[in-house]
Write a protein of this length. Structure first.
Length: 264
């Protein structure tokens, strides 16, 4: 099923100068805001080059991490699910995204349980199932609520475990096509991708495991030559985008957009 990587739309949000105060697991220094803006522009251009309509939302200075829109929603063909982020400072970002998705979808639903937390960075939609990694930002209650919401749309959810010390499940993996996953060795070794073709990132290049398959392109962070060679040899068209500044805030390629094709 190609709905997992063939998209008509993407939503991005411009970073605000306040992004330098964003959350981070390890302090790698303050991002260069001007360079981040250039990378973000390159990212949008790469999405548009595939023929998709890209919606650019204004910056939200009140939410330093709001450039990472993927955590706010899960977008499926049948509808959008508004998330409930596990980081308290990010709860308002989902509410800001909801009205934009309501304009594009006939149906939107919401994770609403007071004890439920879930972020889009922990959700990998493949051609067969929806994989959700339990993590510090996504708990069992959030996963159970999501499963109940998407089941009527015909989607099967499978819970997996995000490796200890890894922020999001998709920090360590990404979808290349309906049956193929790019993953770190530590995540592949967990057995969560049994039945899939797995391409492992090169040793020492774990930071490039998060890419996005967007229509005919695999959009990947620049600077990881051995892994990119593996993808090219496997027959994928790779487009490399600078990501050095978002990486200082634990951000990758998937974090920067919501990707979807809403049913008419």
């Amino acid at each position: 099923m190609s709905h997992s990587y063939q998209f008509s739309h993407a939503i991005t949000r411009k970073p605000s100068p306040e992004v330098v105060a964003g959350l981070r697991a390890v302090d790698l220094g303050a991002p260069d805001f001007a360079l981040m803006l250039q990378h973000h522009s390159d990212y949008i251009a790469a999405l548009r080059a595939t023929g998709a309509q890209v919606i650019e939302l204004d910056a939200l200075p009140a939410y330093p991490d709001s450039v990472f829109v993927e955590d706010t929603a899960l977008c499926l063909p049948e509808g959008a699910v508004i998330m409930r982020p596990g980081a308290p400072s990010r709860l308002g970002e989902a509410a800001e995204m909801a009205p934009h998705l309501a304009q594009l979808y006939r149906q939107t639903v919401q994770i609403s349980g007071a004890d439920s937390f879930i972020e889009g960075g922990d959700i990998l939609v493949t051609g067969h199932e929806v994989l959700v990694g339990r993590s510090a930002r996504t708990n069992a209650a959030g996963i159970a609520e999501l499963a109940a919401l998407i089941s009527p749309w015909g989607h099967r959810l499978r819970e997996v475990i995000t490796p200890e010390g890894v922020l999001h499940f998709k920090t360590d993996c990404s979808l290349l096509d309906a049956d193929t996953v790019l993953a770190t060795r530590r995540l592949a070794a967990s057995g969560c991708f049994e039945g899939y073709r797995v391409i492992e990132v090169a040793e020492g290049e774990e930071a490039c495991a998060n890419t996005i398959r967007f229509n005919d392109a695999v959009i990947a962070p620049a600077g990881f030559a051995r892994t990119m060679a593996r993808l090219t040899e496997a027959g994928f068209k790779v487009v490399q985008i600078g990501n050095s500044e978002c990486a200082k805030l634990d951000g990758g390629m998937s974090c920067l957009s919501l990707r979807f094709t809403p049913q008419p």
